[in-house]
Write a protein that binds this ligand. Structure first.
Ligand code: DC
Length: 229
């Protein structure tokens, strides 16, 4: 039986991996997993239940109680996220507030383990584009192409700042710079499933590149791997 192809895009915030993943999923008409949204959705539940991010036992219990489901999928788009029947708007989850909680709770091994299956279920024909921090190193180690997308710290902060502005979220560039620096450091340094390039990952540096140029570069890697003709 022909296996279902998976392409993983891991890397820090503001690297362009989210935009590129979405574009690739649309171009190829494949499924799209934004794993950060799942961590952010869990963070939302943590905040709603007033659980302290230091209270590991309660976090693990909550993770086991969360039943994730998804709305109707438009191919190439991450479907709407529901947890225990509650629809959680993606625009609400875009704030750094939930990014920060997601990064903290994402450092707990048993929380990560409770979220494995919900992520793996996105692997469906005709193929999957998976965006995150550990897609190529933990969740889809069998991926056909693993990309590690990055950019200079200054450029990443500027991009993230623009994204937040577009979502009408009021922050200063300096605040964004500090917040993503701390979050990326925590994500990269955690003991379990840290944000690091997979051994077999191709490095894509998007500094000074347009999205179109970065996409073209990735498409050339897909072609080289025989994933597209
Ligand atoms: O990609 P994002 O900014 O939406 O992710 C928010 C946080 O969620 C990120 O800082 C760490 C956590 N996360 C993770 O630990 N593993 C993933 N695969 C995706 C996100």
């Amino acid at each position: 039986m022909k296996s279902i192809p998976v392409i993983t895009l891991d890397g820090p915030s503001g690297s362009g991996k989210g935009t590129l993943s979405r574009l690739l999923a649309k171009t190829l008409q494949w499924h799209f997993l934004d794993s950060g949204l799942i961590y952010r959705g869990f963070a939302y539940k943590v905040a709603a239940a007033h659980i302290d991010v230091e209270n590991i036992d309660k976090l693990i219990m909550l993770a086991k109680q969360c039943n994730f489901s998804f709305g109707q999928e438009q191919i190439g788009e991450m479907p709407e996220l529901n947890i225990n029947g509650e629809t959680i708007p993606a625009t609400l989850l875009a704030t750094e507030h939930y990014g920060e909680i997601a990064s903290r709770v994402g450092a707990i091994v048993k929380v990560r383990q409770a979220l494995v299956e919900v992520q793996r279920q996105f692997k469906q024909a005709p193929g999957l584009i998976a965006d995150g921090r550990d897609m190529g190193t933990q969740i889809f180690t069998e991926a056909d192409l693993k990309l590690y997308v990055t950019a200079s710290a200054v450029e990443r902060a500027k991009r993230r700042y623009q994204q937040l502005k577009q979502n009408a979220i009021n922050v200063s560039l300096e605040q964004v710079q500090n917040e993503i620096k701390m979050r990326d450091e925590r994500d990269a340094k955690r003991a379990y499933a840290p944000m690091v390039p997979a051994k077999d990952a191709v490095l894509i540096d998007t500094t000074g590149k347009t999205i179109a140029a970065a996409k073209a570069l990735i498409m050339s890697h897909l072609q080289a791997k025989g994933l597209i003709s």
